[in-house]
Design a protein around this ligand. Sequence first.
Ligand code: FAD
Ligand code: NAD
Length: 478
Amino acid sequence: MAKQYDVVVIGAGPAGYVAAIRCAQLGLKTACVDQWLGADNQPVLGGTCLNVGCIPSKALLESSGRFEEINHTFADHGITASGVQLDLAKMMARKAKVVGDLTQGIKGLFKANGIDWHQGRGKLLPKLQVQVIAHDGQSETILEAKNVILAPGSSSVEIGAAPLQDGVIVDSSGALEFSEVPKRLGVIGAGVIGLELGSVWRRLGAEVVLLEAQESFLGAADEQIAKDALRQFKRQGLDIRLGARVVSCETGKDGIVVQYQDSKGDHSETVDKLIVAVGRRPNTEGLAADEVGLLLDEWGLIHVDEHCRTNQPSVYAIGDAVRGPMLAHKGSEEGVMVAEVIAGQKAEVSYDTIPSVIYTHPEIAWAGVTEQALKAAGTDYRVGTFPFAASGRARAAGDSAGMVKVLADATTDRVLGVHIIGAHCSELIAQAVIAMEMGASSEDLALTIFAHPTLSEALHEAALAVDGRAIHIPNKKG
Ligand code: FAD
Ligand code: NAD
């Protein structure tokens, strides 16, 4: 007899596992089906984010950041370090432990909340049934649900010009596992993954060349911030080539010969490792039986409304497999919303204020609209900026690159967007998100007291600058 549930979730990444926990908290009998196998070939929860995404990449960014600091910035503080050595195997083992501890934590949360974890591949069948094929490919279980939440996540896009080759031409997962620092590393795609993982290996000693197809850099970011970022990354030694279209890759005895074209003609670069980081696509192939009639768009994303309802009754979809940014926190918020909707509550996601962060150094973070979007929409706005170079705390830290930019509606003064480049701005952006979520004006931020000396004061000053009242920089007249 089939097992009966109020909710069956397919996928245990940050969208699915959070949805499952919230459903269970709300008293719904919940199961979660997941097919992920860890490095030891054992089933593990957490999906892309915990296993090969957010967490391991941030562990390596943290470790490589410390290596870079000790080699390059300690001397400025009067600290001389000698005999500094890199133990890459230990760095990797630390990363694996961080991942292991966190995925075990999700397992504990499932147990504590009474969630049944079904290990294997899930498929939505008609009449809200879910088929689970176990990892051995043999045994099949059928689950019956009153509601199904699809959270299958996404996978790296592959390109014909650079087919993956184990340990040589790799996707982001392979780039988290190099056993030695490449001498010369190529990266196809100067997006979020290219910049973060390119930074890790540059800090550890690789020469890094990024080949980006677009003529513009970080198109989703505010143009002023992206321009500043490009300048700073180039200064660090990241060799970012824009408008570069990779045509082919050939592996020979000297390494990988990457042929590419740009507006100046044909070029070739020889590297010893190559990362392909050109975006991600939803894992929706074979997720639902044809008879279900689940509607997908042309990219394979599951079609959903603003409450993540699919075209099928009682079937919801969340996370990377639906429209919107492919971000862990976006998927998690959708998971909470859907659980609450299923439980009969009113719930929504504030899609307009989802923060984006790029964990390079300096970090880049933003929420709300960009200046170019305001211009394109013909919105009358005011802008205030404040450089970290004028922040006492940033100066004391010896880390004063970047700035804060606040965009406010010229009529209502409501904060429409905040864009930051600078150290720790992944944390600072939360203040802007809270302000925007509360419908704050730039004057509200200007009237708020910020502790001195903190980096947060730069947000205060940028808000004051909207009205030409910043204290620690000369204000623009008019
Ligand atoms: P996933 O995390 O992909 O999880 C989906 C799960 O469903 C997986 O376990 C998968 O195996 C399982 N599954 C799929 N189909 C089936 C099926 N049919 N049956 C059973 N199980 C199935 N985002 C951030 O917000 N911050 C970051 O710093 C960040 N860093 C990243 C770094 C890297 C290198 C990468 C690759 C991504 C990063 N992301 C980051 C993006 C983030 O990982 C994703 O947005 C997030 O994991 C999406 O969550 P999800 O639950 O939708 O899907
Ligand atoms: P991305 O969309 O950020 O960047 C891909 C880049 O590759 C783009 O700039 C694109 O123009 C370029 N590109 C595409 N095809 C190309 C080609 N053939 N040759 C050269 N360049 C090409 O995608 P990503 O970096 O792969 O990341 C995937 C997703 O994972 C993103 O949506 C991101 O939201 C998420 N992610 C988030 C974080 C974070 O939040 N810090 C970190 C990593 C990944």
